[in-house]
Design a protein around this ligand. Structure first.
Ligand code: SF4
Length: 357
């Protein structure tokens, strides 16, 4: 140990603040500690294990679908969950579940990454496509509606597609790669949009327990920088990092930049925003949507028809703005919408930062 220490000092490097033996290789984005790679892997994986165990995210024997886009978060999630499942004998059957939105030059490429992950991690892969489920690809939808509301269609369709894929796989739960940055952004966006229903549930680590298939977020407290620039990079994981060709991202982009600025000044800011979100209490006089089922397809819905059926009907009838257009008195209607849960709100996807947890 003394030899390692003196060598490290000679090289001008600091020692790892955790093991105090090896040379520090990085400054942990979450805590700013100087740490060696080996200790970083250990604390990174151990923190996720503690989140899983502490929140009882899984039960032995469960079948779990990992929502896999080929991006950094879901790739690291697939890798880490496989490792932890083996190391701690969780007793889980893990699967990769991907959605093919039909976006050429983007999703076709990222699905190649997921197919390689299937082999690399030995996890069976199921791909469900918008074309098969809805008769439309996103390329076709964008041709009809343009680039203004494309993410609304895509987000609504993806949510259902994941549930439908999960039920084909007969899984008990879906695990998604939403990280701490995503959740902090969503807290802020839901405040900015006055979306009380989503604000009340966006920090929950497991959602949809009253729905067909619950979803959980093992990376709820994991920083994006640690996933992408540190863990995935040092482990040389095979992931896809190109943005969707239809990504507008304007509104979420501002929130994202704001969070990144805060993080630069004070890394704990991300965790504190999540904590604030967790501690919001919704007034009992705020009317929350009542859950039923869509009369058309049977999917969960608080309206007569679910959002996917409304949007699909519009597309099929050549009225693509059906379910999207709001009247000029939008702000007044907005309050009414929130209370009655009418109208289709903008829902963006995880790849582009989901609002729809
Ligand atoms: Fe779909 Fe995301 Fe692309 Fe929008 S940016 S079209 S939600 S994949």
């Amino acid at each position: 140990m003394e030899v390692a220490e003196s060598k490290s000092k000679k090289a001008g490097g600091r020692l790892c603040s955790t093991c105090n033996q090896r040379k520090a290789a990085l400054k942990r984005p979450k805590t700013l500690e100087q740490i060696c790679r080996e200790c970083f892997y250990e604390v990174f994986e151990e923190e996720i294990h503690q989140v899983i165990v502490g929140n009882q995210l899984f039960k032995a024997g469960e079948r779990i679908a990992i929502g896999a886009s080929g991006g950094k978060d879901s790739t690291v999630l697939a890798f880490v969950l496989s490792e932890l499942n083996r190391r701690h004998n969780y007793g889980l059957d893990l699967f990769l579940l991907s959605i093919d939105e039909g976006i050429s030059g983007y999703r076709d490429d990222s699905l190649q990454t997921v197919k390689r992950n299937e082999i690399q991690y030995g996890l069976p892969l199921k791909i469900v496509s918008y074309k098969d489920l809805y008769g439309w690809t996103m390329d076709e939808i964008v041709k009809v509606i343009g680039l203004k509301n494309n993410c609304t269609f895509c987000g609504v369709f993806r949510r259902q597609a994941l549930d439908r894929g999960a039920s084909l796989l007969k899984v008990d739960k879906i695990a998604t790669g939403h990280n701490a940055d995503d959740i902090a952004e969503t807290v802020l966006l839901n405040i900015l949009r006055g979306d009380i229903a989503r604000l009340s549930r966006c920090t929950l680590i497991t959602t949809g327990e009253d729905g067909p298939i619950p979803r959980c977020k093992p990376f709820k407290y994991t920083y994006e920088k640690e996933i992408m620039f540190t863990y995935a990079y040092f482990k040389r994981l095979d992931y896809f990092s190109t943005e969707c060709i239809y990504s507008p991202n304007a509104y979420r982009g501002f929130a994202r930049e704001f969070i990144k600025d805060l993080e630069r000044l004070r890394p704990r800011a991300i965790l504190d925003i999540i904590k604030s979100g967790e501690n919001f209490r919704i007034s009992t006089s705020t009317k929350m949507p009542e859950q039923g089922t869509c009369e058309r397809c049977g999917y969960i819905s608080s309206q007569k028809w679910c959002k996917a059926c409304v949007l699909l009907e519009g597309l099929n009838r050549g009225l693509p703005k059906m379910g999207i257009v709001r009247s000029r008195g939008q702000n007044n209607e907005r309050t009414k919408d929130m209370k009655q849960n009418k109208g289709t709100k903008n829902i963006e996807s995880k790849q582009c930062g989901t609002l729809d947890f």
